[in-house]
Structure formats: structure tokens, C-alpha cells
Design a protein around this ligand. Structure first.
Ligand code: NAI
Ligand code: MG
Length: 334
């Protein structure tokens, strides 16, 4: 490694609560070893922040994120909805990326899984526009706009192109939701014309739920609407086993945020037991987003080695190592 680091980035760091703080520190420890100059600007958010300041997400934290090249987020506790959902909305983070990848010596159900779920994050069912109960029942509206769906579908194809993926799969329920999902499917094939080198297919969401179990190795990039993406990405997490290994990204026009899928884990917080790999894989997604592919590959290889060796693993992976021991080993492997 050279002594003068080449590229530099301003990173908003929001550790949050519980193990969020522990896995964040572990991740920064490794990032600091890379040949990149990171300026960390810390932002407060979460349960402790609420107690201290009266708000779970201070305006200064939003400003720090807005002002950054990218944000690393740990986990919030009970205030998670007020924090992370609000940040996604405020920053108009329209794409939620959830990789589903099998790593060795984990509880993954299959070995050959490596696909990305690209989920629309701003509309669909989750506008949560529900009319209040009447005697007859309740009603929710589902919104699909050409603009938002074209944007997410284009993002999925761009992702495929930039990551050497050869196929994009659209997931919908256009046989029943003929107008909304019919439109989604129509736009998918419109956008696909701009990427003739990438193969396409589309499946109904119910069939996809089955194919994820029967032929998960056949998927490369899945693009889908908000609710379906939420459900399928948790199915994907189940496929590859264990919250301690699952990263995610939220990408918008004005910013991007990278976070593990897990929460603050109060049951193990403060005990040096948390698996930092989900946070580290989130940081690796950030590196790729910033165009730092070489650093991302080095970092990921160091994690792969620790999993392959299987000597130093945290409790959730069947080992007895501490967060600090696992982190030190990953640093050694760089
Ligand atoms: P959780 O993800 O915090 O924990 C679920 C289980 O997985 C626990 O047994 C925990 O010990 C284990 N676990 C999670 N991450 C782990 C890691 N890195 N290493 C080892 N074990 C790990 O979810 P839970 O228990 O439902 O929620 C706890 C708190 O976290 C709640 O207050 C919830 O609101 C919040 N939460 C926050 C999220 C966020 O900030 N994005 C997401 C999910 C929950
Ligand atoms: Mg979910």
C-alpha cells in the first residue's frame, strides 16, 4: 500500500444504537487500512439521540448526509422507522439494493447463489395511502408512475451492465394487477430495448417466490416494485442464512446510504459479540458505488478468506470470536 492515498471522499457516519456502533467502528477500522482517504463526519440518530436531544433524527444529521459523497448507517433501535424510513424519503433514495449471495461456512441453503434485488423504494403499495376503516372494511391505494418505474428499471439495467451481469428479471403480478403491473411490465420491455446486450425475462411474483427456492442460481438481477421487493429480499436473506451477513444500499439522486439489514440487537449489544460482516459488506457496496472497485475487491477477499478459513468466526456463524478478533483477522487478510 502506498503512503499517500489517492482518492478522497466525505463520508457521513451514522452509527446509531446498540451493535450499530460496534459494527460501524469495526468497519471504519478496516476502511482506514485501504488506499483511500475518507473524511468521516459523524451524525447522531436513533434511540439514544432521541433521549439526549428530543429528536431521533436531528436536522443536522440530514444535512451531514446530504452534504456527503455517501453515508454509512449502523442501526437504530425502536426509533428505526422514524430514522431510516425518514432518511430514505428526505433523500429521495429511490433504489433499494439487496444482494443475495452465498458465502462459505454459513447457513446458506445453496452454494451457487449470487444475485441482486433492485427494489423500487418510493411508491407502489408502500405509499401506505389507506383510507380509514368503514363498516365495510378498509382500502389501500397502490401507485405506479411511469417516471419512478422507468428510473428503477433503468437503474437495474445499468447495474447489470456495470457489474457484468447478463440478465435482468422483472417481477410483477400483471395477470391480476393489469393496469399498475401491466404498466410496469410494459416499461420494463421499453427500457430493455436500450440494453440489447442484456437478456430479459419476466415472472409473476408468486412463481418467483418458488423459483428462488427451486432455481436460485438462475437469477442475476431482479427488478421489482416496492412491496414485492421487500418480501422477496427477506426470502433471499433466508436463502443465504443469517442477518449478520446481509448488506443493503439505498441510492438516490442526491445521496446514497449503505446499511446492514439487521437492527441494534439489544440482546447482544455491548458484549463485543456482533458480527460486523453485514456492515462491512455494506461498506463494500459503498466502495463500488464510489467507483473504488479495486478496494472493494480487496476488502471482500479479506472477508471471504475469514469465512473460508472458518477459524475465527462470531457466535452467529457458529464460532466464539469477538467482534474485535474477527475485525483484526480481516485486517490481517487485506
Ligand atoms: P435485530 O436485527 O436487531 O436482531 C435479530 C436477532 O439477530 C437478534 O437475536 C440479534 O442478536 C441477531 N443479530 C442481528 N444482527 C446481528 C449481528 N450483526 N451479529 C450477530 N447477531 C445479530 O432485530 P430485532 O431484534 O427485531 O430488533 C432490535 C431493534 O432493532 C428494534 O428496536 C428494532 O426496531 C431495530 N431495528 C432496526 C433496524 C434498522 O435500523 N435498520 C432494522 C431492524 C430492526
Ligand atoms: Mg423488510
Amino acid at each position: 500500500m502506498s503512503t499517500s492515498k489517492t482518492n478522497s471522499y466525505k463520508i457521513a457516519v451514522v452509527p446509531g444504537d446498540g451493535i450499530g456502533k460496534e459494527v460501524m467502528q469495526a468497519t471504519l477500522d478496516v476502511l482506514n487500512e485501504l488506499d483511500i482517504d475518507f473524511e468521516y463526519i459523524y451524525g447522531d440518530a436513533g434511540d439514544e439521540c432521541l433521549e439526549k436531544t428530543g429528536t431521533a433524527l436531528p436536522k443536522e444529521t440530514l444535512d451531514i448526509i446530504r452534504d456527503s459523497d455517501a453515508c454509512l448507517f449502523g442501526a437504530a433501535g425502536e426509533t428505526a422507522a422514524d430514522v431510516i424510513v425518514k432518511i430514505r424519503q428526505e433523500m429521495k433514495m429511490f433504489a433499494n439494493l439487496r444482494p443475495v449471495k452465498a458465502y462459505p461456512n454459513t447457513n446458506s441453503l445453496f452454494e451457487n447463489i449470487d444475485f441482486m434485488i433492485v427494489r423500487e423504494n418510493t411508491e407502489g403499495m408502500y405509499i401506505a395511502d389507506e383510507e380509514s376503516y368503514t363498516d365495510e372494511g378498509a382500502v389501500a391505494r397502490r401507485i405506479i408512475t411511469r417516471e419512478a418505474e422507468r428510473r428503477i428499471i433503468d437503474y437495474a439495467f445499468q447495474y447489470a451492465k456495470n457489474n457484468n451481469k447478463s440478465k435482468v428479471t422483472a417481477v410483477h403480478k400483471a395477470n391480476v394487477l393489469k393496469k399498475t403491473d401491466g404498466l410496469f411490465r410494459e416499461i420494463f420491455y421499453e427500457v430493455a430495448k436500450e440494453y440489447p446486450e442484456i437478456a430479459t425475462e419476466d415472472f409473476y411474483v408468486d412463481a418467483t417466490a418458488m423459483y428462488l427456492i427451486t432455481q436460485p442460481e438462475s437469477f442475476e438481477v431482479i427488478v421489482t416494485t416496492n412491496l414485492f421487493g421487500d418480501i422477496l429480499s427477506d426470502e433471499g436473506a433466508g436463502l443465504v442464512g443469517g442477518l449478520g451477513l446481509i448488506p443493503s444500499a439505498n441510492i438516490g439522486e442526491d445521496g446514497a446510504l449503505f446499511e446492514p439489514v439487521h437492527g441494534s440487537a439489544p440482546d447482544i449489544a455491548g458484549q463485543n459479540k456482533a458480527n460486523p460482516i453485514a456492515m462491512m459488506l455494506s461498506a463494500i457496496m459503498m466502495l463500488r458505488y464510489l467507483g473504488e472497485n479495486q478496494a472493494a475487491n480487496i476488502f471482500e477477499a479479506a472477508i471471504l478468506k475469514v469465512l473460508n478459513d472458518a477459524n475465527i468466526l462470531t457466535g452467529d456463524l457458529g464460532g466464539s470470536a469477538t467482534t474485535a478478533e474477527l475485525t483484526a483477522e480481516i485486517k490481517n487478510n487485506l
